[in-house]
Each structure stands twice: as structure tokens, then as C-alpha cells.
Design a binder for this molecule. Structure first.
Ligand SMILES: Cc1ncc(COP(=O)(O)O)c(C=O)c1O
Length: 389
């Protein structure tokens, strides 16, 4: 059966393919240490699990749910935005719970893009922006994030491109994969740029609580809601990646437009998951401090590993990864990542999967215990001559 044209040019997700290869290597008796993927290995807060357990015992929670999410969860998201980001949201109209923020990216593309419409996507950036724009029939126009420019978009350079068909611009700070922190001045400029060109800014914000002292939302800027929507997620901030809970926040009119698509795609989330997510959103700073203390200890190990590999990196990065420039002598990050995988049985992510601007970089995830990092460092140390040759 011939697959639909919309999937042409969209390959299987890199991790989906690579994890299959790692499975094969493990079946052959290897014990690959996976430092590639950003799936938190720590559990959610015990109260979150308790809420799920208690709610799931009840007889009347198993039916289809409201397409706009439970009012309890919408209130909890609105309270969370007020408390941490200083943003007022109407829980009835400006908050749309999602089954993870990844699905929100697709909903937005399907809601706004006609065949041939364009979206500005960061390079390097989360690969899902590119694939979802393409699947929706749109065309991606890359904007490069350069280390020399602090990984911020160069709006003057973007304005030299043909923007006539651009309807969406994806932006993401703390930036994945570069770890660049948000800058309110840049957000202001982005909002002015979006207003000038009639573009909907989509700010993707899943990393604001990871090793970041100042969680920030683009929606805290005056007038942002006129041209901006924001995606957020509990996957990283609350160690709930497998639970699939995210949110779209923005003006009521945008939320209703996206709901038109989404309500035709799914039938809501299991109510106990939504109620447990509300518990997670009510956690205080202690929770984030506890989680960040763990990530901070791991990050020191990542620095040691990167030093061993001769990579260059900034210690100002935030988020769940460390992004690092590879040394001379390797063709690209793929070559270094493969040398580490096949010689030392350690998987790290080549930066090129985030766009060609990432070709000379690698990304290491903080989702592994200190013991695993120690083991990874020991393996790389033993094989360093082979890795370098
Ligand atoms: C930048 C970025 N946005 C969105 C997501 C998706 O997160 P979720 O688990 O909420 O779908 C990820 C996941 O890795 C990500 O890195």
C-alpha cells in the first residue's frame, strides 16, 4: 500500500530507529548506557501517585472526559501560571490540557497550515516542529540559532527571507538542544516581529523548571496573547513524561480554533491522570529544588565526560541536557556519537538530528544516575584511544 504524500520526506523519528538498534546491541549481550534521550528516570512526587491510585479506585471516573479537560486541571494550570510565571489565564477559556505538548504541536500545525503555507522553525531545534509542519502540508523555513549570537533568532536575517506565506513561528526557551536561557528582551522583539508580519508565535516551554532559577513565560509580556500561544508540559518538570500531560495556553479564540481540530482527534484524558496532574501542579519549590539537586550532581559528571571527549561547552546552560561542540578531527557529531557507541557502549545524541546547524555538536541527557555516568566515564576512558582514532 502506498503511503500518503504527506509522509514523504518525513522519516521515522531518529530515536525510534536508534533505540531499535540499541535493543539489538543489547540482545547481542551489550549493556548500552543510554545518555541520549530526555526521559526523566526519577519518579513523580509520591502525592501525585497517591492521587492517581485513590482516584482510579472510584467507580465513576472511567468514562469519556470533557474535550476541554477537567475544570480541576484547568484551574490548576491557571494557578500554576499565576504562581510561577506571573501570568493571568482564564481557566475556562485560555487553558487547554493536552496529551503531552508534542501532540499540541501537531494540533497547531493542522489547525493553521494550508498546503504550501510556511512555518519558521529553529535550527537546531526539536525535530517534531519540522516533521509536524511537513505532515500538515506546510513548508519549513529554518532560522539558524548560532552560538556566536547566543542561540537567539536573528530577526533581521529572517526578514531578508520571503515571509509572505509564513503563518507560524516555533520558538523554544529554555532552548532544546542548546540549553540557552530565555531572554525577555528577545521575547519582546519576537512579539513585535510576529505582530508586524501577522505570524502566530508558538512558544514551547517544557524545560523552564530544570536547572533554571527563573522560570519564564512569553505570555507574561504585555500584548503577548494577541500573537502568541504557549505550550507547556509536566513531562520534565514533574517527572511525568509517560503520563502524557501538557497544556496549551493563549487567547480564547486560539484555544477554540485548536480545539476544533483536537476534539476530532482524541476524547480527553483519563480523569485520575488529570487529577493527579493537578496535584503535581500544586507542588512547591521544595519539589523543584530536590529534583534540581539531583540533576546538578549529574551535570558535573557530564562535564567530566565531555572533558574526556575533548568537547567544548558552556556552563550557563539550563534544561535537561548539556550541548557541546565536538573537537576537530571528527567529521561531525554523528561520527563522534557512533565512535562512542560502538567502542564504549554509551549512547549520546549527535547534534545533527536537531538540524544541520547542530552538525558539529553532541547532546548529553541528564536522565541517568550518577553511577551510570561514572560507568560511562570509565568505559569511555578505557576506549578513548579507539574513540579518537
Ligand atoms: C522542546 C520540546 N518540546 C516538546 C517536547 C514534548 O514533550 P511532551 O512530553 O510534553 O510531549 C519535548 C520532548 O522532548 C521537547 O524537547
Amino acid at each position: 500500500m502506498e503511503i500518503a504524500k504527506r509522509l514523504q520526506g518525513v522519516g521515522e523519528y531518529y530515536f525510534s530507529k536508534k533505540l531499535r538498534e540499541i535493543d539489538e546491541l543489547n540482545k547481542q549481550g551489550k549493556h548500552i548506557i543510554n545518555l541520549g534521550i530526555g526521559s526523566p528516570d526519577l519518579p513523580p512526587h509520591p502525592e501525585v501517585i497517591q492521587t492517581l491510585q485513590e482516584e482510579a479506585q472510584k467507580p465513576n471516573v472511567h468514562g469519556y472526559q470533557n474535550y476541554k479537560g477537567s475544570p480541576v486541571l484547568r484551574e490548576a494550570f491557571a494557578g500554576w501560571y499565576r504562581r510561577w510565571y506571573g501570568v493571568e489565564l482564564n481557566p475556562e477559556a485560555e487553558v487547554l490540557p493536552l496529551i503531552g505538548s508534542k501532540e499540541g504541536i501537531m494540533h497547531i500545525c493542522m489547525t493553521y497550515l494550508n498546503e504550501g503555507d510556511a512555518a519558521l522553525v529553529p535550527n537546531p531545534g526539536y525535530p517534531t516542529y519540522r516533521s509536524n509542519v511537513t505532515i500538515a502540508g506546510g513548508v519549513c523555513i529554518d532560522y539558524e540559532l548560532k552560538e556566536a549570537n547566543g542561540y537567539q533568532p536573528d530577526l533581521e536575517a529572517i526578514e531578508t527571507k520571503d515571509l509572505s506565506r509564513v503563518k507560524l513561528m516555533f520558538v523554544n526557551y529554555p532552548q532544546m538542544p542548546t540549553g540557552q536561557q530565555p531572554d525577555m528582551e528577545v521575547f519582546r522583539k519576537l512579539i513585535a516581529f510576529a505582530k508586524k508580519h501577522g505570524i502566530l508565535l508558538v512558544h514551547d516551554n517544557p524545560y523552564s523548571f530544570i536547572l533554571n532559577e527563573h522560570p519564564a513565560s512569553i505570555l507574561s509580556i504585555d500584548g503577548a496573547k494577541e500573537v502568541t500561544v504557549e505550550l507547556n508540559s509536566l513531562s520534565k518538570s514533574h517527572n511525568m513524561a509517560g503520563w502524557r500531560v501538557g497544556v496549551l495556553c493563549g487567547a480564547a479564540v486560539r484555544i477554540n480554533e485548536v480545539l476544533r481540530f483536537k476534539s476530532n482527534m482524541d476524547s480527553g484524558m483519563f480523569l485520575p491522570v488529570q487529577l493527579a496532574a493537578a496535584t503535581a501542579l500544586s507542588l512547591g519549590n521544595d519539589w523543584h529544588e530536590e529534583v534540581n539537586a539531583v540533576y546538578s550532581a549529574r551535570r558535573k559528571k557530564v562535564y567530566d565526560l565531555l572533558d574526556l571527549l575533548g568537547c567544548r561547552y558552556s556552563k550557563e546552560q539550563v534544561g535537561l541536557f548539556v550541548w557541546a561542540a565536538i573537537p576537530e578531527g571528527y567529521k561531525d557529531g554523528y561520527e563522534l556519537a557512533d565512535a562512542v557507541l560502538y567502542n564504549a557502549d554509551v549512547f549520546i545524541t549527535p547534534g545533527g538530528i536537531f538540524g544541520d546547524a547542530g552538525d558539529r555538536y553532541i547532546r548529553i541527557s541528564l536522565c541517568g544516575s550518577v553511577q551510570r555516568f561514572d560507568e560511562a566515564i570509565a568505559r569511555v576512558n578505557t576506549q578513548i584511544t579507539k574513540i579518537r582514532s
